[in-house]
Design a binder for this molecule. Sequence first.
Ligand SMILES: [Zn+2]
Length: 427
Amino acid sequence: MSINCQREFELLKKIGFVRTSGSEEEFKAANMLLEEIASIGCEGHLEAFKAPTSKITKATLKVVEPYEKEYEIAPYNCAIGTPEGGITTDFIYIEDGLDVNLVDLKGKFVLMNTRPNPKLYKKLIDAGIAGYITMSGTAMDEEDKTDISIARIREKNTQHGKIPAVNMRTKDCFQMVRDKASKVHVEIIMEDIELPSQNVVVTLEGTKYPEDIISFGAHYDSVPYSTGVYDNGAGSVIIMELLRHFKENPPMRTVKFVWYGSEEVGLLGSKAYLKDHEEELKKHLLMINVDVAGSILGREMALVTAEQNFVDYIDHTAKIKGFPLKVEQSIYSSDSTAFADAGIPSVTFCRFAPQGGAFIHTRDDVMDYLSAEALEKTTIITKEFSEAIINSVAFPVERKIPENMRKKLDEYFDKDPKKEESSESKK
Ligand SMILES: [Zn+2]
């Protein structure tokens, strides 16, 4: 049977509800995927893991000088709160947090333009700040049409220590800076908790080389406030359609299909999979990820974390077959990167909308900007490449991560901040 994009689109509508890491809705979506897998005649199972997050019971921020106004805030999960009763302290805008911005910050609450990378985070901790604010949205957002994005602070930062951290509307931050806010009262009461999350896993045994494994991956969780159809219900239904295809056309090599949970809070699903399947990983030859697809306006891309000759192979094949596919050797912030970090070559297929053509990580990630026809494009490209490789006589991809990609991965996972510093100062 050939690819049926209407069927994909219908499944996408079905799973198109907010499915955040560790929520009941994420669990519900996992079970819907299991049902679909069973309807194809395959056997799937759930693999549980824990997703660390926070239970927030109070979060207020009020400017107390030179004017009084309370603003809405969204604390970072896995950061820490303030003492009960809150703190009243100086407020200062430190722009990009250049060294010149980082003087006399002790005990102050700071606002900055970007989320701090581990290097800046450590400098802020060393400077003794009381906490920091990052921005979400634009200066012209309307409160009732937008949400403050909820983020989770990553271990690569908190290894340097924990401080209160919050997201606020860019619009409110703009107002605070414009109106010269100088003192704030902040109270955040929160505690660390762990929520249950899960991956959905199916295996199709290879007919000729069962010891070789190629895995498909797509994360099925969403961020808060987002129905996550573009990011990444779309990838989830694409690999479901591919499961259907390979069930009917048995693959020569073993193919695993994994729908990852909790990708949006730091690739937790793929990291848990890699940890729980250490023995099996030696047999993984390639990870094929699909993350973000289906936008009516868009362009097809393949982001390859592997040797240059594999990049060229995909590029040449796209040209020969007439696929308008942009191929790049790079890393992509998704589960494929966790696999590449474990030494497994990976490729992510995706369809990127031009600016404003479709939306991720907001309440505007909805079906209106997607179509079955657009979904079909990424599905066909992914199917054509994966089928040729899965059924290749001699496997054409070397199981190796080249040096230039290794360096990018180390930077991404912040394995060696000293090295990162020296390479940055060379630029
Ligand atoms: Zn995604």
